[in-house]
Design a protein around this ligand. Structure first.
Ligand code: COA
Length: 409
């Protein structure tokens, strides 16, 4: 296959047991030749990040690519059976922001589609929102907390540096579950969702709660009009449940990361020197440091370019695995970052606007929460119905991006 910009043929050594080996979940007994042996190809979006690809950059990306992979394990499936969401009480409108930075409702809504966002205040926490969202998912799924085996807390902004998944598990009363935090910025929910299906398919788990929750307002520079207009806080959750292979609701997926683009979107750890602790003879014993994080720093144009190029490619790769064309998808559900990104991706995939789920006007970019939050609204409003197929895609800092083709219930 001829190379095209952003599409290169990987060396043969790129074949590996993705899906299975990383989690030690490969079970030869379950192995069945599948329908979806993929063409040897690699989507490489480095060019979208830096405007050009160096040779060694391509090879590095090839080594970490999610494609191609061996036929998947079949016999056990996983499906989405419940969802929930929660947002903070405080609503900040574009007009409110215009009081603190030089901007206007018109500028923000035309460039982003965002009109309002919710922001944590008072005693509200990321964990608290996560618990509320997860309760909604459990209730819809009619699953008792005791029957949950695993809680995956997808967040970049935990209330505790060491993660808050275990506290969420405690507060939900999921006493037979274990929990961990997963950080992949705005791709976090898609990563968590796919991880959940791996634990079910290969690990024998029955019920896995996947929660996307973030409080990016904590890391926003509220004097920077280039970033403060974009972000909001929220949580969303889904319950993923084991089912027979015939009912499998994860039809295809695709995941990527490329640290070369980290410079375009980050909130870096920074050390603050504190007083040196000295030994008796005055020599410094060690230089203790306290760390904090910078506010979110972003090159908006580069991130925009990366998203509109890499996201459609990723969705197309996941669709190919699913054996579907975009015309066979009922809903396009992207990470809610910017309406212009959503529209550009829909156009590229030739999906009509009435198939696009969007609620970013009300909440802005809520990072790992945005996909399950929008899904929950779409399900509860009756838009998304049982049996509908959804192409979901996350993208963001890292850089990370990925897609999942899922069936609702
Ligand atoms: N209000 C008014 N003017 C603003 C503004 C604001 N909130 N923010 C920036 N501007 C100004 C800039 O200062 C600049 O002025 P200048 O031409 O006098 O220098 C002008 O508007 C253009 O700024 P620019 O940054 O080039 O705008 P843009 O068209 O790229 O739009 C974003 C900025 C952030 C809306 C856009 O780049 C974007 O959405 N990128 C994707 C970001 C994203 O989704 N990040 C999260 C991914 S998970």
């Amino acid at each position: 296959m001829a190379n095209a910009p952003g599409l290169v043929s990987p060396p043969a050594s790129c074949f590996r047991m993705r899906n299975l080996a990383p989690l030690g979940l490969f079970r030869p007994r379950l192995f069945v030749a599948a329908r979806n042996v993929r063409r040897t190809r690699l989507w490489c979006c480095a060019a979208a990040v830096d405007g050009g690809v160096e040779e060694d950059h391509v090879l590095k990306a090839a080594a970490t690519s999610s494609n191609p992979r061996l036929p998947r394990v079949v016999g056990m499936g996983s499906k989405l059976v419940g969802c929930g969401s929660a947002v903070p009480k405080l609503l900040i409108s574009n007009d409110d922001l215009a009081q603190i930075v030089e901007t206007s409702d018109e500028w923000i809504s035309v460039r982003t589609g965002i009109r309002n966002r919710r922001v944590l205040t008072g005693g509200e926490t990321v964990g608290g929102l996560a618990v509320e969202a997860a309760k909604g998912a459990l209730e819809m799924a009619q699953v008792e907390p005791d029957h949950v085996n695993l809680v995956i807390m997808c967040t970049s902004t935990p209330d505790d540096l060491f993660g808050c998944g275990a506290q969420v598990q405690r507060d939900l009363g999921c006493k037979n579950a274990w929990a961990f935090d997963a950080t992949a910025a705005c791709s976090g929910f898609v990563v968590g969702l796919i991880t959940a299906t791996r634990f079910i398919k290969g690990g024998g788990f029955q019920n896995v709660l996947v929660i996307g929750a973030d409080g990016l307002s904590r890391y926003v520079d509220w004097t920077d009009r280039g970033t403060c207009i974009l972000f909001g806080d929220a949580a969303g959750a889904v319950l993923v449940q084991a089912c027979s292979g015939d009912e499998d609701g994860l039809l295809g997926f695709d995941l990527h990361s490329d640290g070369h683009g980290q410079k375009h979107l980050n909130a870096i750890a920074k050390d603050e020197e504190t007083e040196l602790i000295s030994s008796n003879n005055g020599a410094p014993l060690f230089p203790p440091k306290r760390s904090s994080f910078s506010c979110i720093q972003m090159n908006g144009k580069e991130v925009f370019r990366f998203a509109v190029r890499c996201v459609p490619e990723s969705i197309e790769a996941a669709l190919e695995e699913a054996g579907l064309a975009s015309s066979g998808i009922d809903w396009l559900l992207l990470h809610q970052a910017n309406q212009r990104i959503v529209d550009a991706v829909a156009t590229r995939l030739q999906m009509s606007p009435d198939k696009v789920i969007s609620n970013l006007a009300n909440y802005g970019n809520t990072s790992a929460a945005s996909i399950p939050l929008a899904l929950d609204e779409a399900v509860r409003s009756g838009k998304v119905q049982a049996g509908n197929t959804i192409a979901a895609a996350g993208f963001g800092a890292g850089l990370t991006w990925g897609s999942a083709i899922v069936r609702w219930k």
